[in-house]
Design a binder for this molecule. Structure first.
Ligand SMILES: [Zn+2]
Length: 422
């Protein structure tokens, strides 16, 4: 049997193991926030890799404020060296979002029923981690010589920005240009789609300051809430239509996210409404905005546009003063069209599924940004099992067929990227 056929056969043979490994990962409730059980999960994954001849390192995010004794931020990286060929790094985040309400099954039981595995984080993205592990395992079991090095990492905090996770590994040089050739992140983006990047993020807080006065004589104060109201009107009537008219050439899904957008994450002003009230004009109001910008817009233009909008409103706002404070900036990323990682996955998906993949981009962001921006590795995409729409939902599941197919694709793409003969 040719090598690639043997690898595919080994994945099929391992199907039950892949399912039970995924279910075991789900049973470790790595809920973020606050970051529960990271160390246990990192060691569960690390122990498994060690038994499969990987050299395993644990990298704690020393120096980061969120790395505490109660909630240590521990990442795990395994590497198995073959020949001198390229280094293919498969990265998955071990954290999951809180279960929330509406579940009809136990979110951490790892229930398997009717061809699906259920649980919080099974789709986003513990099934993806299992697929990475068994992709490497199937290559080994098939007796195929590894022309390069395969690395598998489990990292923390992707759901909260990934600063103690992939960003930390990149800053430490563990994922780096010159050391890491290709990165595949098995996020759940559907088994026949390759994700080549995401839009940019500009989170900012606007503080409106007025002047306190007696609530019975509001004309003697300056209401910061009223000033913020004017700003919100401008955002809705002026900014939102302008943003909606800008479309990116990047294939962002869903279709409606292909334009620039803005969301108001939260607002607070005046006195706390659930306490005792005194009659005062509100002298302070704050709101947090989430602006998603396009690669064609660029960050500077997006920032400038907000500054100008706020300045215009301030002129009409009757003495209310505004400050804009930057909270987070994520630059857009896009894998180069001619990247080998796209070509290898394309070939592998056609071979396993018998149809061509779609290239898409994410409406949000994921750890791709750290690989591209900090590590400086351009050849990074997301590809993995599970449906995007399942992420963060109650009764989250991953289909076993998807899981097995994605494992096959990852195995073939890993070999293909290393230049293995088919
Ligand atoms: Zn994810």
């Amino acid at each position: 049997m040719p090598p690639f056929e043997r690898v595919l056969a080994e994945v099929d043979r391992a199907a039950d193991e892949i399912v039970s490994f995924t279910a075991d990962l789900v049973r470790i409730p790595t809920v973020n926030p606050p970051g529960e059980e990271y160390e246990a999960c990192a060691h569960f994954l690390g122990d498994h890799l060690e038994r499969r001849a990987f050299a395993v390192e644990y990298i704690a995010a020393e120096g980061r404020a969120e790395h505490t004794a109660r909630h240590p931020r521990v990442n795990v990286v395994g590497s198995r060296r073959g020949g001198p060929g390229p280094v293919v790094h498969l990265n998955g985040h071990i954290d999951v979002v809180p279960p929330g309400d509406g579940w009809t099954v136990d979110p951490f039981a790892g229930l398997v029923r009717d061809g699906k595995i259920y649980g919080r984080g099974v789709c986003d993205m513990k099934a993806g981690i299992a697929a990475a592990v068994f992709a490497a395992e199937a290559i080994a079991r098939a007796g195929v010589t590894l022309p390069g090095t395969v690395e598998i990492s489990g990292t923390v905090d992707e759901e909260s920005g990934g600063f103690a996770g992939v960003a930390y590994l990149a800053e430490a040089g563990r994922i780096a240009a010159g050391r890491t050739d290709f990165v595949i992140i098995p996020e759940p983006l559907n088994v026949d789609r390759i994700c080549i990047g995401h839009r940019g993020v500009y989170w900012f807080e606007v503080t409106a300051r007025g002047r306190i006065g007696h609530g019975s004589m509001p004309f003697l104060g300056i209401s910061a809430i009223d000033g913020m109201g004017r700003l919100l009107e401008s955002v809705r009537d002026v900014l939102m239509p302008a943003l909606a008219s800008r479309r990116t050439a990047v294939p962002v899904v869903p279709e409606a996210a292909r334009t620039a957008t803005i969301n108001i994450n939260g607002i607070v002003g005046g006195q706390p409404v659930d306490g005792i009230q005194t009659p005062c004009v509100a002298d302070l109001c704050r709101a947090v905005f989430d602006r998603r910008f396009l690669i064609e817009e660029g960050f500077e233009a997006a920032r400038q546009e907000i500054a100008e909008l706020v300045a215009r409103v301030a002129v009409e706002a009757g003495g209310v003063r505004f400050d804009v404070r930057e909270l987070m900036v994520v630059h857009p990323t896009r894998t180069p069209d001619d990247s080998p990682v796209i070509a290898s996955l394309d070939r592998s998906i056609r071979r396993v599924l018998g149809r061509p993949p779609a290239l898409i981009a994410s409406p949000g962001t994921y750890d791709h940004k750290h690989v591209a921006r900090i590590a400086g590795v351009p050849h990074c995409v997301a590809y993995g099992p599970g449906e995007l729409e399942q992420a963060h939902q109650p009764d989250e599941y991953c289909g076993i067929d998807d899981l097995v197919n994605a494992t096959k694709v990852l195995a073939l793409a890993t070999l293909d990227l290393m230049g293995a003969g088919r």
